[in-house]
Design a protein around this ligand. Structure first.
Ligand code: NAD
Length: 358
């Protein structure tokens, strides 16, 4: 495991997308988003995805350089069709409009269908929060992303259906809860597979419905499934998120009769609220700080150094990785080299990768 320089990695990853046909905007937004996911510690949603994205592109599961199609626009409502383009540029473009509307009108409901993988959902809540907006985001993967068993079930029926909630704080700081409703995000099973580690108990079932710790088993035939977090409660939340993000946007819930089941689709239903339209800024910040202080003052359980708030782990890891670099395993580096060569980049080998070290 070596540590890589985030800026050099961003440029390299953007170059891969550029060589695969993405325009400069798309290459930069997708590349920056993936490297930022590594920076905040979500390696499952970082550059490990580059080879997957290029594979999806070549399988026509995702389309290059799509612009958004506005299906309906009102003062408080925006309905977008992403035309199966890369999710990050479509999400950025749509959120920029929704945030502007929220700041003018108080709130905006954003419904997006048929956009590719939007990656780490918390990144989009961070975007809203740094623009002084609260955000609530629900996402499903109604294409071929069905991974999760229902509570009491034994095979894949729902997607990992993440939810993110972002709260703006002073000086561009924020609180962001960002989580899959599956007990673990699928990318983390991929990371465990790459690094040949066993998974903790209670995360996945094998293809026959038996509990297992082996990430290899999850991907072999018959494929395994991920359990919902928190038993029936996590399942209930995941089920409702599928309806909000899938059905309500028109992008389909996670069932096999989806006509677009060949594609990678993250349908998203989001509510963006400008805090200043409901309460005064001073009250908002003061009340949140009172809550933070109250919660953090709880006597700590044995072995716990600090009570952490939503998004705090990510902020701490980002500070570390910005100074020490991003650790990447050998398999991810090999996949990056192979993908760079596949899209026609010259002279990318292990030696070239050494030039990207922190
Ligand atoms: P996670 O379990 O690592 O973290 C979930 C939340 O818990 C975060 O807000 C984090 O800040 C908080 N947290 C973590 N440790 C904590 C602690 N000790 N104390 C207090 N709070 C703590 O996240 P996850 O569910 O594995 O999801 C990982 C990523 O996968 C997310 O970024 C999510 O958006 C992404 N994802 C994306 C898709 C998609 O289709 N685009 C699908 C599933 C997941």
């Amino acid at each position: 495991m070596n540590n890589y320089n985030p800026k050099k990695l961003e440029k390299f990853v953007a170059d891969i997308f550029l060589h695969s046909g993405s325009n400069e905007r798309e290459s930069k937004i997708v590349g920056d988003h993936l490297v930022d996911s590594n920076l905040v510690g979500h390696d499952s949603h970082g550059v490990i995805r580059v080879s997957k994205y290029i594979e999806w592109l070549n399988q026509d599961k995702i389309k290059l350089n799509q612009s958004i199609n506005i299906l309906k626009e009102e003062d408080h409502f925006l309905h977008i069709d992403g035309n199966f383009g890369y999710g990050q540029p479509i999400a950025k473009y749509s959120l920029d409009i929704a945030i502007k509307k929220a700041k003018e009108k108080g709130h905006c409901i954003l419904a997006m269908k048929n956009l590719g993988h939007i990656g780490r959902v918390g990144a989009w809540s961070e975007l809203a929060a740094t623009n002084d907006c609260v955000s609530i985001m629900f996402v499903n993967t109604s294409g071929f992303g069905i991974l999760m068993a229902p509570h009491g079930g034994t095979d894949r029926r729902l997607s990992a259906n993440p939810i993110a909630i972002g709260i703006p704080m002073k000086n561009s700081d924020y609180l962001v809860l960002d989580m899959a409703t599956s007990v673990v995000a699928e990318g983390k099973i991929q990371v465990a597979k790459n690094t040949k580690k066993k998974l903790a108990d209670g995360l996945i079932l094998d293809g026959y419905g038996n509990p297992t710790n082996d990430p290899e088993v999850f991907y072999s035939k018959p494929v395994g499934s991920i359990l919902p977090f928190g038993g029936h409660k996590g399942f209930g939340l995941a089920f409702m998120i599928d309806i909000l993000s899938g059905t309500l946007t028109g992008g389909n819930s996670s069932h096999p009769d989806n006509p677009n089941s060949h594609a990678v689709i993250n349908n998203t239903f989001a509510i963006i609220i400008d805090t200043k339209k409901t309460v005064s800024d001073s009250y908002f910040q003061k009340d949140i700080n009172r809550l933070i202080n109250w919660v953090k003052a709880s006597p700590k359980a044995k072995g716990v150094e600090e009570i952490l708030l939503p998004g705090e782990v990510e902020k701490n890891i980002k500070k570390q990785r910005l100074s020490k670099g991003i650790p990447l395993d050998d398999q991810t580096i090999k996949d990056l080299i192979d993908t760079a060569n596949f899209v026609g980049m010259k002279n990318v080998d292990e030696n070239f990768m050494k030039g990207l070290l922190a």
